[in-house]
Design a protein around this ligand. Sequence first.
Ligand SMILES: CCCCCCCCCCCCCCCC(=O)OC[C@@H](O)COP(=O)(O)O
Length: 334
Amino acid sequence: MGTLLRPGPAAAAASPIPVASSSSANHAVAVGVGARSLRYRGVSVGALRSPSPQVLATRWRPRRDTVVRSDVVAGGAAAAAGDSTQALSDLQVASRFRGVCFYLVTAVAAIFLFVAMVAVHPLVLLFDQYRRRAQHYIAKIWATLTISMFYKLEVEGMENLPPNTSPAVYVANHQSFLDIYTLLTLGRCFKFISKTSIFMFPIIGWAMYLLGVIPLRRMDSRSQLDCLKRCVDLVGKGASVFFFPEGTRSRDGKLGVFKRGAFSVATKTGAPVIPITLIGTGKLMPSGMEGILNSGSVKVIIHRPIQGNNAETLCSEARNVIADTLLLHGYGVH
Ligand SMILES: CCCCCCCCCCCCCCCC(=O)OC[C@@H](O)COP(=O)(O)O
């Protein structure tokens, strides 16, 4: 993998924890996905916007089972204009229908499983306050049940996954909400770091509280420091933590810059970093298109643990191994 073209070492940004800028991110949605759609239809305009057209050409080879953002927009506009022949195609309707079914299944499963979570919580607090294995097991059931009906999941490198008794810092690329479901199926008791707004979701937000998910106000430097402190504390007590070092879902499908926070937790605690590459979730449910679910499959690649005492170096190593794997699978990296 080391022989692949790489854009350079991971550029660690100034703030230690990933912070998203929503306005620029939204712009990226419009530009990036629009470019994909043109490529998808065989027009080469997308190449003008990408430094790596071969990569995009590979990645966005025509697929009849994938709806991209501009398809939905175009379909909606046509419908509004009263042109029934250009209304949403069967394909788009199928992706939307699949999306509705997905949320129905996951909501019903969550209602029942949340009751189980509440029931075991006193015991969890008494006997397993930091790892909360029972709660994570229930979350694993929820995720497995949900995704098993909608996409095929392949996991490579299970042997690299440390046991729940070994604290570690897990990091992965982030393309979609489906990343969370996919990662929960691994059955490891890592604490996600989550933006605070997700805690507002009924049931899911409450379940996150029971799981011990760590809240982060992304634009608040004090919250960032508190979050890192909590992570160091948890790892010291035998639990694991999970970061998306890009801090936000990729809008154009390419791997973004990694923040250093996760890696400073690893160097402060001596815990290993476990890099994970997620492939395909962004095609199934792209960022900004949470209402649809395309058909397809997802691959998870768990890389070998890396260790070190320099956060910058760990950050570059982890990003490089994920970037190489994404390039190998036809994705781009920034
Ligand atoms: C009741 C059944 C069990 C329910 C278990 C629910 C467990 C949910 C764990 C949720 C962990 C959420 C982690 C989110 C991490 C995070 O915050 O990443 C940022 C993004 O994603 C969205 O950012 P953006 O792309 O900028 O909108």
